[in-house]
Design a protein around this ligand. Structure first.
Ligand code: PLP
Length: 406
């Protein structure tokens, strides 16, 4: 009998799998440029007014367990934010605060999935969607964000897949908008079609919108909540990216409607939330204040997004100039997801690319296959331009060394 459960092998994090090699290189005195982690506060300090709100919460001894659904102050701030930004009416009881969107993903699968049941996901996916689904015996049904459609969804193909599955209807469909790893906002027209399909085939629709304010290059973001009024759906968001506070571990699930399915999922998720008592208490009070301080928030997010836009565009141009990698121009988040032009490189796959790049040039990226899409790499473009430039020059040098034309 094996000591460790079989399901434990599902939990892999492709963003960190080269960490041991990077650590060895550092021990040997090499400097590693890490472009593998999407962690904004490493590059843009969490705004001072948010830190001060956290410190105040600590000074006021808000260090105890709080309501499992989240403190009222934060749920109220989230409700006001959705009304203000998207004209979505949601009451505080329809919001559950979690330890990051990551925990919400875990709760969703625990609450909905019985062994053998399916869920529709899209490749390339955010990696942690998969292990939690598999843990509960769920089966992913993959559709695609299509590079040909500038990383939008081919809704004809989606409809065909859903029709094929009509007799054993998938439990939920989960989209990521804006997207990690592609850095793309989904078109409103595509979103409308997705909403119609979910409605017609009675599939619970979930939209992970954790990058909703990090949108640029003229793109326009639409929340699923604006389009899915009157049908069961869920929005996921949190403080990690928009509020530049990944380490606070604050996320939330919003289930705006009150139909039977929505009521059931709210209840089930709340039970899981109760089982873990509560999310980080002082951070909840801090995020509530941060969200209500619209003036300070707008000033900080605007400055951060302007800088991110500039860095992402800078990196995209440099990457595309080389000809070894080809990236669709991103318009959100802070990722590039270029294709490796394997026909001109003597590299077997993205795993080999990432590993050898790290060993030979000390630049750490994440492999596309970790997001379900072999033949790509994900580059995080949060670092200063000098670092991005240095790293991309090293990537180009690496490609040159492994070029078939050499
Ligand atoms: N969802 C997406 C699409 C992400 O890119 C990330 C983090 O990179 C998360 C969720 C995790 O968010 P949290 O920090 O709220 O757990």
């Amino acid at each position: 009998m094996e000591f460790i459960s079989k399901r434990s092998r599902y939990v892999v994090n492709p963003l960190e799998e080269e960490d041991a090699i990077a650590e060895k290189l550092r021990k040997r005195g090499k400097e590693v440029i890490e472009l593998n982690r999407g962690d904004p506060p490493v590059y843009f300090k969490t705004p001072k007014y948010i830190i001060e709100a956290y410190v105040s919460a600590l000074k006021e001894s808000k260090t105890h367990y709080v309501a499992s659904a989240g403190v009222y102050e934060l749920r109220n701030a989230v409700a006001k934010r959705y009304k203000r930004m998207y004209n979505i009416g949601v009451d505080e009881d329809s919001i559950i605060v979690t330890q990051g969107v990551s925990e919400a993903i875990q709760f969703i699968n625990a609450a909905m999935i019985n062994p053998g049941e399916k869920a529709i996901l899209f490749k390339p996916y955010y990696p942690i969607y998969i292990p939690y689904l598999l843990n509960y015996g769920g089966i992913p049904l993959f559709e695609k964000y299509s590079e040909r459609l500038k990383w939008n969804i081919d809704t004809d193909s989606l409809e065909k897949t859903i029709k094929k599955e009509a007799s054993k209807r998938p439990k939920y469909m989960l989209i990521t908008n804006p997207n990690n790893p592609t850095g793309t906002v989904l078109d409103k027209k595509v979103l409308k079609e997705i909403v119609e399909l979910a409605n017609e085939y009675d599939i619970f629709l979930i939209s992970d919108e954790i990058y909703d304010e990090i949108v640029f290059n003229g793109a326009k973001f639409t929340s699923i909540g604006e389009l899915a009024k009157g049908m069961p759906h869920m929005i996921l968001n949190g403080a990690s990216k928009d509020f530049d506070a990944t380490g606070f571990r604050i996320g939330f699930a919003i289930i705006p409607e009150n139909d039977k399915k929505s009521r059931q999922i709210k209840h089930a998720i709340l039970q899981y939330a109760q089982a873990r008592l509560s999310a980080n208490a002082p951070a909840q009070y801090a995020v509530a204040e941060a969200m209500n301080n619209v003036k300070e928030h707008n000033a900080s997010i605007r400055a951060m997004v302007k800088e991110i836009e500039s860095r992402v565009n800078f990196a995209t141009k440099l990457v595309n100039e080389s000809g070894y990698l080809t990236a669709i121009e991103p318009n959100s988040a802070f990722y590039l997801f270029p294709r490796i032009n394997k026909n001109i490189l003597k590299i077997k796959d993205d795993r080999e690319f990432v590993k050898r790049l790290l060993i030979e040039q000390q630049v750490q990226l994440a492999r596309g296959s970790g997001f379900g899409e072999e033949g790509y790499v994900r580059i995080v473009a949060l670092a200063e331009k000098e670092i991005l430039s240095l790293a991309i020059n090293k990537i180009n040098e690496f490609c040159k060394q492994h070029s078939v034309k050499r």
